[in-house]
Design a protein around this ligand. Sequence first.
Ligand code: ADP
Ligand code: MG
Length: 382
Amino acid sequence: MTDNNKKITSFRELGLSDLTLDVLNRMGITVPTSVQQQAIPPMMRWYDVMAKAPTGTGKTLAFGIPIIEHIEKHRRALQALILSPTRELALQIGQDLSGFAVNRPWIEVAVLYGGQPIRTQIEALRRKPQIAVATPGRLIDLLRRRSLRLDEVEIAILDEADRMLDMGFIKDVRFILDKMPRVSQIALFSATFSREVMDISYLYQREPVEIRVEEIGQDKPDIKEYLLPANGAERITAIRKILSLADVKRGIVFVNMKQSADMVVKKLRHLKINAAAIHGDIRQQQRERVLSNFRKGNLRILVATDVASRGLDIENVDIVFNYDLPLENENYIHRIGRTGRAGKSGIAVTFLSPGGEDRLDTIAQMTGAQLEEITDLDTFTF
Ligand code: ADP
Ligand code: MG
């Protein structure tokens, strides 16, 4: 107890079961993060929760622990549903939850997402999972085929809630929420909130507990943010230079368009830099292969559209590049938040092309980002 501002709570003090304490122990997770300290108690008591907390501060376990604790052992019905905006994030959450349920072999977790054969997922549903992690499109498809029902779901989570409620998703999400007559707990999690999150909270939640973890102290992702003026082709050369300057083992380059992703990969490979792309036009199998290679350390540079900007938790990503300025302000936070996770440090380099100054000012203003300009890469050290 050195910091008198924040009391250090143990997971035991959060009133968790021995099974949960045992698995946390095995995972080497000892001290709950702020969002876990604040969200777990109300969620355990079946309160609705809306929680905004910085990237990489353990939101998955903040909802994952109460879910696992709430699953009724002898009821083979879908009891909890987690919605994710991307397939890869759904897979990751599914894996996290399965891992967290290792010492509860009766718990089944199904991951339901597009781009993979629906038959396999229908078979998984025949095993009567208690927990499903899904992307909205595939879930609705399965509902229409009557391969699953949501009428016994008691817990619904929107991870990356603001993204789940923006234009492309909100209709589907409301359709799904309206299919759960017995839902008694709805929780919304993200590092950024929006007007729509407030609206959906007002419409669907009852007396929600509001949690806002500020980006300060331990809850501030340790990311050094840089700005590098560079136009067009200069960016590839700059990436090469920075990769060696900063001794980068693993990095992500974010672009705005699928074609740019393929183009950047081609140019990096030409410089003998091990790179591969992930974006919406790539076959799902290939997307998963690329991501898995990246996680394993067999791929040095992942070039991605915003399909990879939300939620992905990949160990030891040293650096994130914004090859293009993100089109949405919040995505700046999510993109750079792929590094500097769980107390580790990271670097973010944002390229500024001529004419982009106003756009970058807006992003910095809206996100509170503070970028240090690299004026001369030749003399720069990280
Ligand atoms: P968020 O959803 O807030 O971006 P994640 O849930 O993906 O963050 O967690 C980020 C990383 O932190 C994960 O690798 C997770 O295993 C780790 N983690 C979660 N909780 C703790 C904790 N209490 N102590 C240490 N590491 C943790
Ligand atoms: Mg998350």
